[in-house]
Design a protein around this ligand. Structure first.
Ligand SMILES: Cc1cc2nc3c(=O)[nH]c(=O)nc-3n(C[C@H](O)[C@H](O)[C@H](O)COP(=O)(O)O)c2cc1C
Length: 293
């Protein structure tokens, strides 16, 4: 009894010490981080978002995990709120579910339009996550961007795979999807995780989440065991783009097809594909707009 009491107090102190105050200017969504119990949680759901769709699916995932009795914080965690704290945040969980939207910058990489792009080849790239269970999910618009449906989910998968994580939750590309091509489809012909589309198929998301979480259970994802369904998936060597402050026309180094230029100006981050620039407010990622070059 005494030992249990000491353990609970120690965990509570650790959580208070690792609490990060939110920077001014964040939307309320970025403040959301609460725990259902005082013990270390088993599964953490992390997401990036610009307009809220990925957060909606993250909410569904948390609700389903809890419904099925799994330890997880009561709300998903926005990656924007934990930049600089990723190691401490990820260390809290045995298993990570990570999600991203896709933005069409014309580049092969850094197309989430969220803080994931800032950490992929910096803070995150330096972590050793060997053996950590990871499952990815992604959002896109398969009708408007049918040739690039949820491409950025493929990069999210590749980054965590390269860090030594065990990847779970690959899904079949079934008839319910109408895209032409997607970088989220790997060599085995499957999506590398759960793919949703809140723009055209929001009515399917709840069922897709239900099916996927049960699949993860079956694969032993939450219990820390099992065989990773995609452990043999190939790792893509990605080359980060350069960050330039001015002007828009500066060019980057990747040998890949269409390089993107990332521009930082007046509190906005622009992703320039040569024809147009997607501007995302770096303080509030829910604000974005497109300009023609
Ligand atoms: C300018 C712009 C570019 C986009 N590019 C893509 C794309 O390349 N592939 C895709 O599947 N969806 C694309 N989308 C759709 C978003 O990924 C989709 O709306 C997603 O649900 C946004 O998620 P979020 O609200 O979490 O940011 C694009 C949307 C906009 C506005």
């Amino acid at each position: 009894m005494k030992v249990q009491y000491i353990a609970v107090v120690a965990v509570a102190i650790a959580q208070v010490q690792s609490f990060t105050p939110m920077p001014a200017g964040r939307t309320p969504a970025f403040r959301r981080q609460s725990w259902s119990t005082t013990q270390i949680e088993a599964t953490g759901v992390f997401f990036g978002t610009s307009t809220g769709n990925t957060e909606e699916v993250a909410d569904l995932l948390v609700a389903k995990l809890q419904e099925l009795g799994h330890d997880t914080p009561t709300e998903p965690i926005c990656v924007d709120g934990v930049v600089g704290e990723l190691k401490a945040e990820f260390d809290k969980y045995d298993s990570l579910i990570v999600g991203t939207p896709t933005w069409n910058t014309g580049a092969d990489i850094e197309r989430s339009g969220t803080a994931w792009d800032e950490v992929y080849y910096g803070e995150l790239g330096d972590l050793d996550l060997s053996g950590k269970n990871v499952a990815v999910f992604g959002l896109g618009d398969q009708l408007s961007y049918g040739d690039n449906y949820a491409d950025a989910t493929g990069e999210l998968h590749d980054v965590f795979s390269k860090l030594g994580c065990k990847i779970f939750g690959a899904t079949e590309v079934d008839d319910s999807y109408e895209h032409e091509a997607s970088k989220a489809i790997k060599d085995d012909g499957k999506f590398c995780g759960l793919l949703c589309d809140q723009v055209n198929q929001d009515d399917l998301s709840e069922d897709r989440v239900d099916k996927w979480v049960r699949q993860l259970q079956g694969e032993g994802f939450m219990s820390g065991g099992g065989e990773s369904a995609a452990s043999a998936a190939p790792v893509v060597e990605a080359v980060p783009t350069a960050v330039v402050s001015e002007p828009v026309k500066s060019i980057t180094t990747p040998p890949a097809s269409k390089p993107a230029v990332k521009v930082v100006r007046d509190g906005w981050v622009g992703h320039d594909n040569g024809e147009s620039t997607l501007w995302v407010n770096s303080e509030n990622r829910r604000e974005s707009y497109l300009t023609k070059n």
